[in-house]
Design a protein around this ligand. Structure first.
Ligand SMILES: Cc1cc2nc3c(=O)[nH]c(=O)nc-3n(C[C@H](O)[C@H](O)[C@H](O)COP(=O)(O)OP(=O)(O)OC[C@H]3O[C@@H](n4cnc5c(N)ncnc54)[C@H](O)[C@@H]3O)c2cc1C
Length: 400
């Protein structure tokens, strides 16, 4: 049978775009179907959110050829400081002690999206945009996709379809793949602040009674803030004055970085844990947020998505070398099995962190503080945690 493409990627966000780049040098004919034009996506205020990239993610972005560009606008995380407000527990991690120049990096979503879009525009990958997937049918030997491009309808075939269309994945719905959803009833308030004290590039994670508060370094005197609040409280915060917002933020965070002043208007992102019940279907694989949407407390969503596509690219390229079918069922199942452990660990860790640290119930608060303290004084445990935080828990996929 003849195919229009070998691989169709639905969703040209950070995960779908990165997969296209990871495969761009192969003989595979690849198309990315994206519903929103690049200029609209790049202009969106959601691009302001800062993303903590694990060290392992920087190695993946290097292989797809964008790290040199991204790192120019990124800040290193040299230390991580975890604390529980009004309690004794603290945990510190240090890049030097781990033998790496940085535990991770902080970059805005926009700078990453720009680097992906620029590199894609120079690659042989076909961008079908703006277009929406409206129908999907897979058979033993091909996947058939119906697209709507404005008023036009098109049908395409491929050997493999990769769903990278985000937390609200149309592909997942069209395939009737179930999902488990945990609505945390929390909203992440995201903003940037200037600090009166100069930073040594420490990332702070502070657990407060209303929810976790993360400060990520973006420059010597500038931090990105992700402040998780109960949705009702967040709605109140959205309406207050700048002076009152800064007062409340300063009171929740303290004076680790001196006096804070606001550098950008705050915006809210509702938080849910969504996990698809299956990672594969006939000739289809789900990656990134289409497979797993996480609470940003541990900064792991994109990191996990990059590891999805890193391994998928690695396995697809090996398979291509042997001239074997890239959409075959057992092959896709092997991929899903290989991703399972990392997914379970990161999703489980993120979900328990949100639940354990969102309570002031005395035994829980006491227990978590003892946990932090014990971990801080137990080098092997801390080392393991640091490796996971750096995204080095698993083998780094090689496809570049
Ligand atoms: C406040 C906040 C802070 C975060 N902090 C971190 C962090 O520090 N570290 C980290 O690793 N992660 C973090 N994340 C998570 C990270 O942003 C996401 O995991 C990541 O952006 C998901 O990328 P994606 O490409 O899978 O999905 P998306 O970015 O949602 O992209 C999906 C794409 O598919 C397109 N699309 C949707 N439907 C269709 C369709 N039917 N047809 C065609 N195209 C379609 C969309 O237009 C979009 O471009 C954070 C998230 C939030 C909200």
């Amino acid at each position: 049978m003849t195919y229009d493409y070998d691989v169709l990627i639905v969703g040209g966000g950070l995960v779908g775009g990165s997969l296209a780049l990871a495969l761009a040098k192969t003989s595979l004919r690849i198309a990315v179907i994206e519903s929103i034009p690049a200029e609209t996506r790049l202009a969106s205020s959601a691009g302001d959110r800062a993303l903590a990239l694990a060290w392992g993610s920087s190695l993946i972005l290097d292989q797809i050829g964008i790290w040199q560009e991204v790192v120019k606008k990124a800040a290193p995380i040299r230390h991580i400081h975890v604390s529980d407000r009004s309690h004794f527990g603290k945990l510190r991690m240090d890049a030097e002690r781990e033998g790496v120049p940085a535990l991770g990096y902080v970059a805005t979503a926009r700078s990453l999206e720009e680097a992906v879009a620029e590199k894609l525009s120079l690659s042989p990958v076909t961008m079908i945009c703006p277009a929406n997937v409206v129908g999907l049918k897979a058979s033993e030997d091909a996947v058939h996709v119906s697209l709507r491009e404005g008023t036009e309808s098109t049908n395409l075939t491929a050997r493999l379809l990769v769903a990278a269309d985000g937390g609200n994945s149309t592909t997942r719905k069209l395939l009737e793949i179930g999902q488990t959803v945990r609505d945390y009833r929390q909203t992440a308030i995201v903003t940037e602040v200037n600090t009166s004290k100069s930073s040594d590039f420490t990332a702070y994670e502070r657990f407060t009674p209303v929810g976790p508060l993360a400060f990520l370094p973006i420059a010597k005197r500038r931090y990105s803030v992700v402040w998780t609040q109960q949705t009702d409280d967040a709605a109140d915060l959205m309406g207050i004055s700048e002076t009152e917002f800064v007062r409340q933020l300063q009171s929740a965070f303290g004076y680790w970085l001196g006096k804070l002043s606001l550098a950008s208007r705050w915006q809210g992102f509702p938080l849910k844990l969504i996990r698809a019940e299956r990672m594969t279907d006939q000739r289809v694989v789900l990656v990134g947020n289409a497979m797993h949407q996480l609470h940003p407390v541990a900064g792991q969503g994109l990191n996990l998505g990059l590891r999805d596509i890193g391994l998928l690219a690695d396995m697809l390229i090996s398979r291509l070398d042997f001239g074997e079918d890239i959409g075959e069922r057992r092959f896709l199942e092997r991929y899903a099995q290989a991703r399972q452990e990392d997914l379970n660990r990161v999703i489980g860790f993120t979900d328990s962190t949100v639940r354990i640290f969102s309570t002031e119930f005395f035994p829980m608060a006491w227990g978590r503080n003892l946990g932090l303290l014990a971990l801080d004084r137990f080098p092997p445990g801390k080392r393991l945690l640091a490796r996971y935080a750096m995204g080095l828990g698993d083998r780094i996929p090689r496809f570049g």
